[in-house]
Design a protein around this ligand. Structure first.
Ligand SMILES: O=C(O)CCC(=O)C(=O)O
Ligand SMILES: [Fe+2]
Length: 474
């Protein structure tokens, strides 16, 4: 029978009917887009194999994050499933690989999950190409992949999706991800995919690369997850919003076919509200600081994230709390203490939901510093570094907190750690320069500001600081 532990299903009555109607319209448009590109063009075929299952953490106390509880409609045994029979033949994999090789280098793009991420992370990320851009792959996808994949998805999650006819599934996105060790495009950081279910299919053999595989954050908890390395043609299925990533390869090439799927019958209100609010927040952050437009856009973003939370987004992801916290943090420069307190509440809620999300910890530390909570700020900044030791942004942020605490020498070390990861990062160079100056090392400071301007000639703080030191005769 179905395990008892399940995410609560939220009533959406507190959300304006117009918002729900807008979500339904977005959902309908998404289904139409899906139908135009990706539709099974042959009869569906039942999946004849078994599934190797991975469960949500047995003790939710041990893993405090959202992934301690299966997201509705999934159950405790639905963290991830690996096929015991291939879904794609070697020949079918070869078609995708040949297409992927023929597609112009310019067609490859950074994955959506990396698009909003910091530049250095994005540089390490694998690149993607949409299946709809692959002339032979697109045909094959509709003629053979979807007819096998839709029934397999339902079969893999019988408790959760047993009532969903496979033909009701739709594709939000389908793309080939290419990891290339010699190009430094080796991994994909932890993230959540939007829609109901994600399928990741291996297109080449694990002998063609070292490392790699899919990391499911809550798998093997409290140990760090062993990567799931699929044999060619095999599929990994998991709820889309389970936190996961692509483990770094250390040599060779790794190709996977990734498909995001959802039920055409169900509008995902939490997701649509979150996506809409995030777009508003991104827009607000582009408005002039201090302007009325910025304030209005931030308030609209906050309302959107509120709606998302009212639809249950907080039960599934940290994203709405991070977004709401970010919006309130920015609103604090207009509205003062009440907004700052709301920012802190939401960012604390976010790190509870995603204890290994460096971005959430970094946002929290910034808010704590603004509120004068320096000890908590440093704790959160250190948690961000621990969550993502390869992130120069997390190192930079920790340096800023240490500098604000008057610990210039410690700040300098934090920036130096960041610069080892990203030697030409202008922000790190400027901040290193400032702390060096605070420690009386003016010549070093001048060198750092110059180096920052070399790598980013538009860096205003580097230019101002350099001019000031040169005026001072340094
Ligand atoms: O490379 C993998 O195994 C994961 C890919 C992934 O998570 C994605 O493309 O969204
Ligand atoms: Fe993903």
């Amino acid at each position: 029978g179905a395990p008892a532990r399940r995410a609560p299903v939220r009533a959406t009555v507190t959300v304006d009917a117009a918002v729900l109607a807008a979500n339904d319209a977005l959902h309908a448009a998404a289904c139409e887009r899906s139908d135009a590109r990706y539709r099974p063009s042959a009869p569906l075929v039942a999946y004849a194999g078994e599934w190797e299952r991975f469960c949500f953490p047995a003790s939710p106390e041990a893993y405090a994050g959202v992934d301690a509880v299966p997201p509705c409609p999934f159950t405790a045994v639905d963290l991830a499933c690996v096929s015991t029979r291939p879904l794609l033949s070697a020949e079918q994999c070869a078609v995708f690989l040949a297409d992927a090789q023929d597609v112009a280098a310019s067609a490859w793009d950074l994955p959506a999950a990396a698009a909003g991420a910091e530049a250095t992370y994005a540089r390490r990320a694998g690149t993607t190409v949409e299946v709809s851009q692959l002339p032979r792959g697109r045909e094959l996808f509709n003629a053979a992949v979807l007819p096998a994949l839709f029934p397999a998805v339902v079969a893999a999650f019988p408790d959760a999706l047993g009532d969903v006819p496979p033909a009701r599934l739709r594709v939000q996105a389908a793309f080939v991800v290419k990891y290339n060790a010699s190009a430094g495009q080796t991994e994909l950081g932890y993230h959540r995919d939007g829609p109901l279910v994600t399928a990741t299919c291996a297109l080449n053999c694990p002998s063609e690369f070292d490392g790699g595989g899919t990391l499911i954050e809550a798998k093997d908890w409290p140990r760090s997850p062993a990567p799931i390395r699929l044999a060619r043609g095999h599929a990994l299925l998991h709820p889309g919003n389970v936190r996961h990533g692509g483990a770094p390869i250390t040599s060779g090439l790794r190709f996977v076919l990734v498909v995001f799927m959802y039920d055409s019958r169900t509008t995902d209100h939490a997701r649509h509200c979150t996506v809409r609010a995030q777009a508003r927040l991104d827009g607000a952050l582009r408005e002039q600081r201090g302007s009325a437009q910025r304030r209005a856009a931030l308030a609209a973003a906050a309302r959107g994230f509120h709606d998302a939370l009212a639809c249950g987004a907080g039960d599934r992801s940290e994203a709405a709390h991070v977004g709401l916290g970010h919006a309130f943090l920015e609103l604090a420069s207009y509205d003062g203490a009440a907004a700052l307190a709301a920012a802190l509440d939401n960012l604390e809620a976010a790190v509870v939901r995603a204890p290994a999300d460096a971005h959430a910890h970094t946002m929290l530390s910034t808010a704590c510093l603004a509120a004068g909570l320096t000890a908590r700020a440093l704790e959160a900044a250190s948690a961000a570094v621990e969550a993502d030791p390869a992130s120069p942004i997390a190192r930079n942020n920790r340096g800023l907190i240490l500098a604000a605490l008057g610990r210039s020498a410690d700040a300098l070390r934090a920036y130096a750690d960041g610069l080892r990861l990203d030697p030409s990062n202008a922000e790190l160079l400027v901040n290193f320069g400032v702390s060096a100056y605070d420690l009386g090392e003016t010549a070093t400071a001048v060198r750092c500001f110059r180096a920052a301007l070399d790598s980013d000639p538009t860096h205003a703080r580097a230019a101002t600081n350099l001019a000031q030191l040169q005026l001072g005769g340094a």
